[in-house]
Design a protein around this ligand. Structure first.
Ligand SMILES: [Zn+2]
Length: 418
């Protein structure tokens, strides 16, 4: 493709990657949620290939996107926590697209994805991360959806019509703290005032509905001709399940299972149960353009080579952000993952040091009934996949974090430094 020049590049389709931070699949109508949080996303789903079983590689913003765009596990590219920059070496989707003639735009909204912290601006003509921690005198770490829409539409109007466009638009509203968008609070009357968990979920849902409305305002301006829309989230959120609120430290499915929709030329609307994961995103987007994955990419093209039902998916998490004190930060490179998960078919094993939990996701999607004592052979078999993963993919340790005081303040307000 690179050899056929500008005329060839102009024929390439536009790609709009619309992503929402902290968005659980099961809080969207198209994934079965009974509350009307997502009319726009549901309409998009009705003309998309919808992946029912898409999990992030790690439930943290920068490491999850880093894995998607390099098609490498966080332990391999070194980006295992928020605040650790992505190294220059692994091939990076936005840069690959830029190299074949794409104009590349991004509107960013999460502090952890700022260029100085994440180095994820590689290959972008415009990487707009120009929001500050101070808004009306209050420290915030995310850019509100209305601002994302405004900036995205400004950039869209400035696109070069002679070039195909890759545009990553990232919304962060469902990330904590959850604002109460009263006009999007669709179930208020039914929630008892003293039910804290239900109140929290309602506020979270109002953030999702608000984001959905913002997406509608972007979607109506996007070209439909010769354009793909890929919609996904970086990780989910625990909303009092297993006694936890947030993400990053646990790997139950409320943190891992996120939406993935792909629509565009030649894609039939369909629902698939193919076991997908974050590292598949770069090979899949390259495949939409007729390009093969580059060397070092470990994911699969979900459309050309859908993974089999018994695919082994190993995920892990190392905790929230990098540590606050430089000395403690240096020790992180030798720390093992906090938790490892192995998913094969309906089975999921969670390894937390010497403790294990085994769940059948088909019969127990809430992961409430630990079967590890009842099925010791299965535990052993699944544990061997984790051991194999650790020995096949040694952890890269040379990545160093450099945090400004403002970064520390922003990460703290997101609940990562505690
Ligand atoms: Zn995130």
């Amino acid at each position: 493709m690179a050899v056929c020049g500008a005329a060839c590049a102009a024929a390439l389709p536009d790609i709009f990657l619309i992503t929402v931070d902290t968005l659980r699949a099961d809080h969207l109508g198209c994934y079965g949620y009974p509350v009307n949080t997502s009319p726009t996303i549901d309409a998009l789903a009705s003309r998309s290939l919808l992946f029912e079983d898409f999990v992030c590689d790690v439930p943290l913003t920068a490491p999850s996107f880093g894995a998607m765009f390099t098609s490498q596990y966080p332990r391999l590219n070194g980006n295992v926590r928020n605040g650790l920059p992505l190294p220059d070496r692994p091939a990076y989707l936005p840069e690959l697209l830029h190299d074949v003639g794409y104009q590349t735009f991004c509107v960013q909204s999460n502090w952890t994805l700022k260029r100085d912290l994440s180095r994820m601006d590689r290959g972008f003509d415009e990487y707009d991360d120009s929001f500050s921690t101070k808004r009306w005198g209050i420290a915030v770490s995310e850019r509100p959806g209305d601002d994302v829409v405004e900036r995205a539409l400004e950039l869209l109007a400035r696109r070069d019509p002679a070039k195909p466009l890759f545009f990553w638009i990232h919304f962060s509203d469902p990330h904590a703290p959850y604002k109460d968008h009263r006009e999007f609070h669709r179930d208020t009357q039914r929630i008892p005032k003293n039910d804290r968990a239900a109140q929290t979920r309602a506020r979270y849902d109002s953030e999702v509905a608000f984001t959905d409305d913002c997406i509608a305002r972007v979607m109506e301006k996007l070209p439909r001709e010769n354009a793909f829309v890929v919609f996904l989230a970086d990780h989910g959120e625990s909303l009092y399940e297993h006694g936890y609120v947030g993400h990053g430290r646990r790997i139950y499915h409320d943190n891992l299972r996120v939406p993935l929709l792909i629509s565009g030329p030649g894609i039939s609307p369909l629902r698939t149960k193919a076991p997908a994961r974050g590292i598949d995103i770069a090979p899949t987007i390259l495949g939409l353009l007729g390009m093969a994955p580059v060397q070092g990419m470990l994911g699969t093209d979900l459309i050309k080579a859908p993974p089999a039902h018994d695919r082994v998916r190993v995920v892990e998490t190392y905790g929230g952000a990098v540590l606050r004190l430089p000395g403690a930060r240096a020790l992180m490179t030798s720390q093992p993952p906090g938790k490892i998960g192995v998913i094969v078919g309906p089975w999921k094993l969670i390894i937390d040091g010497s403790r294990t939990e085994l769940f059948n996701l088909e019969t127990d999607p809430g992961e409430l009934k630990d079967l590890s004592r009842a099925e010791p052979d299965r535990v052993q078999h699944m544990r061997s996949f984790a051991e194999q993963f650790e020995s096949t993919y040694p952890r890269r340790k040379e990545v160093k974090a450099e945090l400004s005081n403002e970064d520390i303040e922003a990460l703290k307000s997101q609940g990562y430094l505690d």
